[in-house]
Design a protein around this ligand. Structure first.
Ligand code: B12
Ligand code: SF4
Length: 526
């Protein structure tokens, strides 16, 4: 049977990375089937096009996965496919929480023939076999012999065939430039950011998050060997095609067990499996100097930190009191000393937020080493504790907000400002943090560092604009380039003529004096 796995686009921004579930389920598919992957972010299709594709390619089963914000699009695509007579199975966090909605049992229309509840690693082979036999059940749940939910172990993790899988749609290098860039340095003909997981689960239970409910509070890890082998496979592929490969460790808290993370990072270094990597780690776990040394030495380049708020009262409200805003600066300095920078994520519209929260947050951000601040709104996702609290107190303004998804729009009223004011705060945050002046400051703040780091921060900031600012066409990009021409020229002058501007504030660098750590090639730099 030919199986299509499809992930819809979010209709607003372009995703920079494919979704792991597709590669994982492809690897777990019983032999004898062909599995095709389409990520709507990389290969957009509308309902008519997907239905035509399914017919043309003689697809016998379609699997669709989607987060809540993409679920309306996922349902439209599912409806179009089911109209061709091909069965649709849906999975992921949204349909797990609202299976009746997908199956049309809540009074609405039916969108899926079957739903995979929770983690589908062990149920997927059964789903495929049942589809082949025309005996799809409505619900598949991972349960043990006693009917209790079972979380799959990651000890026998499948080998994802990264060396042979078709990754064309996920190349971030434009086709027009690939041939030329292949010849630059070690080769830049391809650049891909690939998701890899080393473990699942998070015990922290923050009120706005799906993870503790979905993956559970007990953490499960892959073996170090299996993670290291996956990195080696990715590295070999990048080398073969004269391109670059970076990894996003999608674990929700990559250092949740610090001892284990250190042992994994040591094994990565020992096997020379370093690639540039990004991971999510909560600030409290980055107090450990040895951990941060190992992060840098094993290729850690960006750390995503869910700071959420600089107001301890807000953090306490959402059960994230373990975040201590007073230590954010020290944590970021510790990383920056090793040339590791942070994606700092903030949520506005929390109950203790008042107008001006964006500027208050940015005032702090500007005193930190440069990074990538990102801003979102508090969102009541289905079945999370926050949803239940707001529902009980009658504060949900759009209880089924996902059915009519509006990007960057609140679905409840905050306590100390209006919905519109909260929207304006998020807009202000993005616009200020990514203005040409802010980009120039970020580059200037690294004047004492090798050029590569300044180019890295500049390009990363430019790309991050894409997360908030609507999809940008060629003209919009040209405008951004024109607005940032001074910084671009400065970096270009230095690249070609080795000229370096003096730091604007020579004292500023003392805040994160560099320490010597080996880079991904094992060479020491400071
Ligand atoms: C990586 C990641 C991202 C990446 C993008 C996704 C990508 N390309 O991989 C980035 C960083 C860009 C991102 C952004 C956002 N994310 Co995000 N992200 C994740 C993260 C950390 C990992 C996803 C993952 O690969 N998990 C591992 C795989 C194996 O698990 P899985 O995807 O759930 O798949 C399993 C099952 O669900 C099931 N399954 C899934 N799909 C399907 C389909 C079929 C057919 C079947 C049978 C089974 C099945 O089988 C799989 C194997 O067991 C998750 C948290 C988490 N741990 O999952 C959050 C998560 C998915 N993100 C979430 C959210 C809310 C967002 C954002 C809106 C921002 C935010 N506030 O966090 C944005 C929106 C992005 C957009 N495009 O619009 C929520 C989604 C909750 C929900 N109900 O929708 C999650 C769960 C985290 C959370 N805070 O609660 N995210
Ligand atoms: S620490 Fe992160 S993954 Fe864990 S519950 Fe909180 S927000 Fe979710």
């Amino acid at each position: 049977m030919r199986i299509l796995l499809y992930n819809p686009d979010n209709g607003v921004t372009r995703n920079f990375m494919p979704h792991l579930w597709m590669f994982l389920l492809k690897s777990l598919t019983p032999p004898g089937h062909e599995v095709l992957l389409i990520d709507g972010n990389a290969r957009p299709m509308d309902e008519l096009q997907i239905a035509q594709y399914v017919r043309d390619e003689s697809i016998g089963l379609v699997g669709i996965g989607a987060m809540t914000r993409m679920i309306a699009k996922a349902y439209r695509i599912a409806d179009a496919i089911r109209a061709t007579g091909v069965p649709v199975v849906m999975g992921g966090p949204h349909v797990t929480e609202l299976a009746d909605e997908s199956l049309g049992r809540d009074g609405g229309p039916r969108h899926a023939d079957a739903v995979a509840l929770g983690e589908a690693d062990e149920t997927w082979p059964q789903i495929v076999n049942d589809a082949v036999n025309g005996q799809l059940k409505e619900k598949y749940a991972p349960i043990d012999g006693l009917g209790k939910e079972r979380k799959p172990s990651l000890k026998r993790y499948p080998v994802i065939p990264w060396d042979s899988i078709d990754l064309d749609q996920f190349n971030l290098v434009p086709k027009s430039a690939a041939a030329l860039l292949r010849k630059v340095g070690e080769g830049w003909g391809t650049f891909r950011i690939v998701p890899v997981e080393s473990g699942r689960g998070c015990p922290y239970g923050c009120e706005f998050c799906t993870v503790t409910g979905f993956f559970g509070d007990s953490i499960r890890f892959r073996t170090n060997e299996s993670v290291v082998n996956e990195l080696l496979l990715l590295k070999a592929r990048a080398h073969k095609e004269r391109g670059q490969m970076a990894v996003f460790f999608i674990d929700d808290n990559f250092a949740i067990n610090v001892k284990r993370t250190k042992s994994l990072l040591r094994d990565i270094i020992a096997a020379k499996a370093q690639v540039h990597w990004v991971a999510q780690i909560s600030a409290n776990l980055l107090r450990d100097e040895e951990l941060v040394d190992l992060i840098a030495a094993s290729g850690g380049t960006w750390i995503f930190i869910g700071m959420e708020s600089i107001d301890p009262a807000n953090l306490k409200d959402v059960n994230k009191g373990f975040n201590k805003p007073g230590e954010y600066a020290a944590v970021l300095d510790r990383l920056a000393q090793r040339n590791v920078y942070a994606i700092t994520s903030f949520i506005f519209g929390m109950d203790n937020d008042t107008t001006g929260v964006a500027e208050r947050t940015l005032t702090q951000v500007r005193t930190w080493p440069p990074g990538l601040p990102i801003f979102g709104l508090l969102t009541p996702l289905p079945a999370i504790p926050l949803y239940k609290r707001l529902e009980t107190s009658g504060r949900l303004t759009r209880p089924k907000h996902w059915q009519e998804f509006i990007p960057f729009a609140m679905a409840h009223t905050p306590l100390k400002m209006t919905i519109e004011e909260a929207h304006a705060e998020v807009k202000y945050g993005w616009e200020q943090a990514y203005s040409p002046e802010a980009l120039a400051q970020a580059v200037d703040a690294l004047t004492d560092r090798p050029l590569g780091y300044r180019i890295n921060i500049f390009l990363a900031r430019l790309c991050f604009r894409g997360i908030y600012f609507p999809m940008m066409g060629k003209m919009a990009w040209l405008k951004v380039v024109a607005q940032n021409r001074r910084t671009i020229l400065k970096l270009a002058r230095e690249a070609f003529f080795g000229r370096r501007a003096r730091p604007k504030n020579p004292d500023a660098k003392d805040a994160y004096e560099p320490v010597a750590v080996p880079d991904v090639n094992g060479e020491v730099s400071a």
